[in-house]
Design a protein around this ligand. Structure first.
Ligand SMILES: *Cc1c(COP(=O)(O)O)cnc(C)c1O
Length: 705
């Protein structure tokens, strides 16, 4: 019996449980209330349940579940017959070191802000599943990214609850003598120290550097306070700790990566530390650069010039002079590596340029983004035509078993052994779909919508209570807002829109013509409802104003109860939303969405995408597997673009989406709709997942050619 407690504890310490449905259900079953209350954190949960209770309860069928999950976990960890063993054996021997400023692995580890982090988390999980020897490097942010509340005016309020390592599956990394392993990096005139935490994610390991130790002055402790918090100075300090600190950590652990993968330019300073090591070994600067290039690959994620990190020459001087004194490199030569214009090293230092200069290969994250990136960086390669600029693309995907909710997972398991079977080939997926009736798929949709609406009902009650608890009970709007509860209907076509509220994503676009939207939403027989969620960056007042606008609209009498805004978008809320809604709306200004991944999460739940032809969508959309907004038309003028796209959106809703959803056969089945769902599953699931994506990285970029 005692060993069942041990098994539970072992399961809680490796985030493998987060993509194993049964393991997750074990924790939830222990106490559904505590599970919800502590953000689905099993370590926290186990702290609150006594051994007596655990012992007594595992003496039953429940104990068998624990045994089964634990056995599966052990088998997973020790499996030798993996994809990597059979296809890229050199990636089993030495690890890939993957550096990212954020990792979105599970909502209980708040060390991510948005899509970049979620992608890194899904990459880590797929690398583990495929058997690649894989190490992630990041920072441990004590306050993480903020928790979002809305005040009664619909204005975003940020709060930063502390994350305590003892409530997380983190283990302190120690030296052989048992003392804490400490690394140090040079920043400006100081030595900054970091302790290190280790997080197990399946077979992969994530190391988190943490400057929050008493050895540091307080402003250096704050480097590991918030994800993308602070000013430029904070940013450069975070990037030094991540890049240079990360390489130092690997050396100290005696780990020799076969390749360093920079996920976005934030970690590109790692190349400076690799250069310093090469130079210390006595090679020439030219050779040192070649040697470093041969070890690094780089993924760029930002199609907008302003989105790339740039530091002033003064800041570089201030921050790096002491470091350079011991590195064998001159300041000007360093500036040359990060200058957009090789003839002018007195301008800004650009992290993307450093990464491009010191990588053996580079890629964007969708076909379109690859093209945009080649154009954007052509000036760095003056002798190349745009097509010859050495930036390729690997389109982003999602980790299928992470994004399948329990209900969806068990649905597919009625027809195939493992939900990953749906990600292999279009033929295999079509073979599974052939066994499934339209009625099966339609009941899946109803079930998932019911799950989402039950969740929203509880969630919203809580949200509104906090939003209005300081208002007088006698104020009218308190009552009108309370009555919003429980009005979403599972019969009604439901659109979801959830993402970071960066303004280019244009969250309020659908409200451009309120009269027309009113007619659509309140159609007597074919109505529509919309669920929104999303955070604006704390410094982005324009993004916060978008949230306020939507909350305002949601309170108009004609939209109340039909337009909903859920606060605190995170991985958990995302999973609920992508599984429940019928249509996933995406309205970026093309081509500003490098890839986007949230729309890829809804596919196995029977959701359909409705998106501007941007990011991954122009590759995936075939006319029958979802809906497009426009045809990729671009206008110089913002107003014109918004009007055009809004018009296209309303027209597609009125003439394609709403009829396809509400036209029913004699058994009340929307035949056209289900046909699109089948097409989406067959064409999207096998391609837009991180197993395919990581296999592409492994064979094209990680293996040396
Ligand atoms: C998937 C996801 C994202 C990325 O979505 P986009 O399509 O890039 O907007 C961001 N945040 C969360 C919480 C997610 O789950």
């Amino acid at each position: 019996m005692q060993n069942k407690i041990f098994a539970l504890q072992e399961l809680s310490k490796n985030l493998w449980w987060s993509w194993d449905t049964e393991a997750k259900q074990i924790f939830e079953e222990l106490s559904p209330l505590l599970w919800e209350r502590n953000n689905h954190n099993p370590i926290d949960l186990l702290h609150q349940i006594s051994d007596n209770e655990l012992l007594a309860r595992s003496n039953s069928k429940f104990g068998e579940k624990i045994d089964r999950a634990y056995a599966r976990f052990q088998a997973y960890l020790t499996e030798k017959n993996t994809w990597a063993a059979n296809n890229t054996p050199e990636l089993v021997k030495n690890p890939v070191a993957y550096f990212s400023a954020e990792f979105g692995i599970h909502e209980s580890m708040r060390i991510y802000s948005g899509g970049l982090g979620v992608l890194a988390g899904d990459h880590l999980k797929s690398a583990s599943d495929l058997g690649i020897n894989f190490i992630g490097i990041t920072l441990f942010y004590r306050e993480g990214y903020f928790r979002q509340h809305l005040n009664h005016d619909g204005w975003q309020i940020e709060d930063y609850p502390l994350q305590h390592p003892e409530n997380l599956p983190l283990e302190k990394v120690t030296n052989p003598d048992g003392g804490d392993l400490i690394i140090s990096v040079n920043i400006a005139q100081s030595d900054v120290f970091a302790q290190v935490w280790k997080l197990k994610v399946g077979r992969a390991t994530l190391y988190l550097l943490d400057s929050n130790t008493m050895a540091n002055e307080s402003h250096y402790r704050d480097i590991c306070c918030r994800v993308y918090g602070g000013d430029q100075n904070m940013r450069i300090n975070q990037e030094i700790l991540l890049g240079i600190g990360g390489v130092k950590l690997l050396s100290q652990l005696g780990i020799k990566p076969t390749v360093y993968h920079m996920n976005e330019g934030h970690s590109a300073f790692l190349t400076l530390e690799l250069l310093a090591k090469e130079l210390a070994s006595g090679v020439s600067e030219k050779e040192a650069i070649e040697n470093v290039r041969s070890q690094c690959v780089f993924t760029t994620h930002t199609p907008v010039p302003a989105g790339h990190d740039r530091f002033s020459r003064d800041m570089m001087h201030y921050t790096f002079d002491k470091y350079l004194a011991n590195s064998g490199m001159s300041f000007d030569n360093m500036m040359l590596l990060g200058s957009e214009d090789k003839k002018n090293i007195h301008g800004l230092f650009t992290m993307t340029v450093l990464a491009l200069n010191l990588s053996r290969s580079a890629n964007g994250v969708s076909k379109l983004h690859g093209e945009v990136s080649r154009t954007m960086w052509q000036h760095l390669f003056p002798t190349n035509t745009v097509n010859e600029v050495p930036i390729g693309h690997i389109t982003n995907g999602v980790h299928t078993s992470t994004w399948a909710c329990g209900y969806t997972e068990s649905f597919w398991r009625n027809f195939t052994e493992n939900i990953d079977d749906m990600t292999l080939t279009q033929e295999a997926t079509e073979a599974v779909l052939a066994q499934i009736t339209d009625e099966d798929l339609w009941s899946l949709r109803y079930n998932l919508k019911r799950h989402l609406f039950d969740f929203i009902d509880k969630y919203l009650a809580n949200q509104l209570f906090h939003q209005h608890q300081h208002l007088s009970l006698y104020q009218n709007d308190y009552f009108s807002i309370q009555s919003v509860n429980n009005t979403l209907s599972a019969d009604v076509l439901t659109i979801g829109f959830a993402r970071r509220f960066a303004t280019y994503k244009r969250a309020p676009l659908i409200f451009r013509d309120l009269e027309r939207l009113n007619r659509i939403i309140n159609h007597p027989s074919r109505p529509l409802q919309i669920v929104f969620a999303g955070k604006a960056h704390p410094h982005d007042d324009a993004g916060k104003d978008y949230i306020r606008q939507i909350v305002d609209h949601a309170r108009r009498p004609q939209f109340a109860g039909k337009v909903i805004f859920l606060e605190n978008y995170n991985l958990g809320v995302a999973k609920r939303m992508v599984s429940g809604v019928d249509v996933w709306l995406n309205t970026p200004v093309r081509p500003m969405e490098a890839s986007g991944t949230s729309g890829e999460k809804n596919v196995l739940h029977g959701g359909l995408n409705f998106s501007v032809l941007d990011g991954w969508w122009p590759e995936a959309y075939n006319g029958e597997n979802g809906f497009s907004i426009g045809n990729g038309e671009s206008f110089e003028n913002h107003e014109e673009q918004d009007s055009f796209d809004a018009e296209q959106m309303y027209a597609a809703l009125e003439t394609q989406i709403i009829p396809a959803f509400y036209d029913r056969n004699e058994n009340n089945i929307p035949v056209q709709w289900i046909k699109k769902i089948r097409n989406a599953i067959a064409t999207i699931a096998p391609e837009y997942n991180t197993h395919r994506m990581v296999r592409d990285y492994a064979t094209r970029y990680y293996v040396k050619h």
